[in-house]
Design a protein around this ligand. Sequence first.
Ligand code: FEO
Length: 383
Amino acid sequence: MEITNDIKYAGVNDHEIDLFEGQYIVENGMAYNSYVILDEKIAVFDTVDANFKEEWLKNVADITSEKAPDYLIVQHMEPDHSANIAVFMETYPSAKIVSSAKAFTMMKQFFGTDFADRQIIVKEGDTLSLGKHELSFIAAPMVHWPEVIVTYDSYDKVLFSADGFGKFGALDVEEDWACEARRYYIGIVGKFGVQVQNLLKKAAGLDISTICPLHGPILKENLGYYLDLYNTWSSYSVETEGVMIAYTSVYGNTKKAVELLAEKLESFGCPKVVVNDLARCDMAEAVEDAFRYGKLVLATTTYNGDVFPFMREFIHDLTERNFQNRTIGLMENGSWAPTAVKTMQKMLEGCKNLTFTDTSVQIMSALNDNSAAQIESLAKELI
Ligand code: FEO
């Protein structure tokens, strides 16, 4: 695949993977992108996952017509991109590695060597000339690890954005960008909104016509759309007006209460109601929805003096990603001493700028007139 006259795609598609990063379901697989710039000097951007060593080395060799690359630019040391650094260095003994000082420390940890006599350490603002192509390096700490650099090629106006603007899904599968880019972003980079905002500010000063991320498609058109979404996600702003209801239900009574709430919200004209059963849905999808919509309702049972395990995990997933700026409604179910509302409030107390509804719903075992009236009142407050 040709990105520009001089920039070629050397990445691979992974349809064998069970869980990306050991936890994310990727029904449409995953792409590990890698790029080659052909100029007076040849630069390769990042390697790929360990399982694709041969395919990737062949891609690189085909693109360079067996000419040895001069540089391996390592933007990120997570093994989905760095696993083949050592084999690349063995294959091309004259190549040098261009990367941040922190990345070389990690190379020593991963490979037992930091390639001391073959390293070029770069930091923010440093440049590397390949001939026509002048590369500038931009520090992007915590997008998604501390050693990350991204690279701008002023000749072709390309931003090599590391994990930024990545998405789940292999490149040979057609699917909506935002859906899987959002789940990827919130799950993997969601905690680091401040750092992503810093990178976006630096990117705003560049004339960019193409974004080449390390996962997902190369972005060439309508870049404002992607940059706007990244701005929304990284500033923890509401992307879509609506209510997301996340619940757990042991015998179906909490589920019935949630269905009644969803029905009431819809009948009152709520623009969008999304319901997730936390025991059965993809948790990463539910977390993504919580960050997408403006309002969140949590409904669960009191369990061992705490909340039901899936709800505990869900709230933890939100708080560790700096969940903020949202309206929250709470519903609890218990047959003798319901305390889930209090427990959930406590779990969320460290989050910035949450507004709790005045109405909380308490169900004693099963819906009755009293709890149904509370649900109606919660629905009215939420819309
Ligand atoms: Fe795609 Fe953070 O590695």
